[in-house]
Design a protein around this ligand. Structure first.
Ligand SMILES: [Zn+2]
Length: 523
């Protein structure tokens, strides 16, 4: 199998995501993470289009990357301007990287309607720009923008744009599905045709508008592409770019292509969370390979089969990508999955032991009251460890108070005060918040942060409230589910009560205790 190069454009294409705004230091942190994962190329940005990116390249120059080659991105020269006078090429040179990617048009629609130039001038723009960069000693990658659309409309001209780049001496030629509408079989055919006509190594860059980006990338590799471009977690404008997390996992585990080391593969889940955190995004639970639900099994029959042989319902061993199996406990799944769960979290339980029966009984009672542990793994783990005396208290609540106040002509204000003990130290704090739960959350962390600084790494990413109408009791109960996330993981916790503040408090305390437990077990 040919060596496949991984080219990451999270910092350039990924930065176009709605809701993402990287600071220069975010970009540097992400670049370091990509380097440690063993990504071959990191596209740092477009220095000609964005002053922040100029700053990034200035700072990145002083960093030593172990595995990755830093790349600056820009366009070919403009129409009817000589390469030596072109400002975009000048900006690229100033970035100071030894590798440069430039994009050019391979769809005539863009040449005539967007660039407002002739097909011939467009070919000269490509060839001369590549030649210029090569004459300056740069490793040069040519991105053929809209290649698949251009090829569908006029294959002869689209291929001419690639030939122009090859003539200029481009080291890699990358076929882009910029609008993201191509289908897999088409990509395979086109890559095959290009491979027969172009000698330079070919790359693939796809977008996900038809939900095909990963599939199209894998098909392109099978047809002969040796460089794949994409972004972490599939970030990118509109529906995103091809997701490199899934691509790396598929290349390694399905095609046996050694694009990163086995060790790096095990860091995939952690990397996905780290990038999500730094990007201020919530990692999707259903994200293939690395999401919290990617290996979560619910139905009783499935759980039974999984316990006999995991292969029955899993396409890979989750540990290979650093993820873990979750067996969702519900009334359906009975004693055997409780035992399995106990084993997973390192709690000794046997079928006949009275403790097992007791735990099962309490769990069933709690489910009756509205607890829903299959949606709150972390609370279940805490519950079992507490029941088996495997949990040492990190703090003890003395009391809390929440005040909500509305005065004429002012917004509703929420304030929480908390009194708690850590060891024999008494802490008493107060905090304002956007709402009562937010105020409680802030006050709790404020009270604990001097004792447990790692709490600064976690934050709440989701909050769900549901009114339970079971058995039509007079007092309606609510169930609160809270999801928290840190740099390596995400977890759900639960609280149930007639009082929404109390239910939230239970879930909040569990989320903090779980984080502290997790960190203490790591050491
Ligand atoms: Zn793109």
């Amino acid at each position: 199998m040919a060596k496949i190069e991984i080219y990451d454009t999270t910092l350039r294409d990924g930065a176009q995501t709605q809701g993402i705004s990287f600071s220069v230091s975010d970009k540097l942190r992400i670049a370091e993470k990509l380097d440690s994962l063993g990504i071959h190329y990191i596209e740092g940005g477009w220095p000609g289009a964005n002053p922040k990116d100029v700053d990034f390249f200035k700072k990145a120059k002083n960093r030593k990357f172990k595995n990755s080659r830093l790349v600056a991105f820009g366009s070919t020269r403009r129409a009817n301007v000589s390469v030596s006078k072109d400002s975009s090429l000048k900006g690229l040179m100033n970035a100071g990287t030894d590798a440069i990617t430039i994009f050019g048009k391979s769809w005539l629609l863009h040449v005539t309607e967007v660039l407002n130039t002739t097909p011939e001038e467009n070919l000269r723009m490509i060839e001369e720009s590549v030649k210029f960069l090569k004459s300056k000693g740069k490793f040069t990658i040519f991105d053929a923008e809209h290649f698949f659309d251009g090829y569908r409309e006029n294959p002869e001209y689209a291929l001419k744009t690639l030939a122009a780049a090859e003539e200029g001496g481009s080291d890699r030629i990358v076929l882009c599905d910029t609008n993201g509408g191509a289908l897999t079989s088409g990509v395979f055919e086109v890559v095959k045709d290009v491979k027969a006509k172009i000698k330079a190594p070919i790359g693939i860059h796809t977008h996900n508008d038809a939900d095909m980006a990963v599939a199209n990338t894998i098909a392109a590799v099978q047809a002969g592409c040796t460089q794949v471009q994409g972004t972490m977690n599939g970030y990118g404008e509109r529906c995103g770019n091809a997701n490199l997390i899934s691509i790396v996992a598929n290349l390694k585990l399905k095609l046996g292509i050694d694009c990163v080391s086995d060790l790096s593969l095990k860091e995939l889940t952690e990397t996905a969370y780290y990038i999500a955190e730094t990007s201020n995004m919530k990692l999707g639970d259903n994200q293939p390979f690395v999401g919290a639900s990617a290996f979560a099994h619910k139905a009783g029959v499935h759980v039974n089969a999984i316990m006999k042989n995991a292969k029955t319902y899993e396409h890979i061993d989750p540990a290979r990508v650093g993820n873990r199996r979750i067996l969702l406990i519900s009334e359906l799944s009975g004693k055997s999955s409780i035992l399995k769960k106990a084993k997973e979290i390192d709690v000794e339980l046997t079928k006949e032991a009275p403790a097992t029966k007791k735990i099962l009984k309490v769990l069933q009672d709690m489910e009756h009251k509205g607890y829903h542990f299959e949606a709150a793994e972390a609370s279940l783990e805490l519950f079992m460890k507490k029941a088996m005396k495997k949990f040492k208290k990190f703090f003890e609540l003395k009391d809390f108070r929440v005040i909500i106040e509305k005065r004429p002509k002012s917004k509703i204000a929420s304030e929480a005060t908390i009194k708690l003990k850590v060891g024999d130290k008494l802490e008493h704090t107060a905090s304002l918040g956007d709402g009562p739960v937010n105020a409680l959350d802030f006050a709790l962390r404020k009270a604990l942060k001097n004792f447990y600084p790692t709490l600064n790494e976690m934050h709440l990413t989701d909050f769900k409230v549901r009114v339970l109408d079971e058995k039509a009791g007079t007092a309606a109960k609510v169930r609160v589910l809270i999801q928290s996330q840190d740099k390596t993981d995400s977890w759900w916790t639960i609280g149930v009560s007639e009082n929404i503040i109390e239910a939230s408090w239970q879930a909040l305390v569990d989320s903090v205790e779980y984080k502290l437990l997790k960190d203490s077990e790591k050491k």
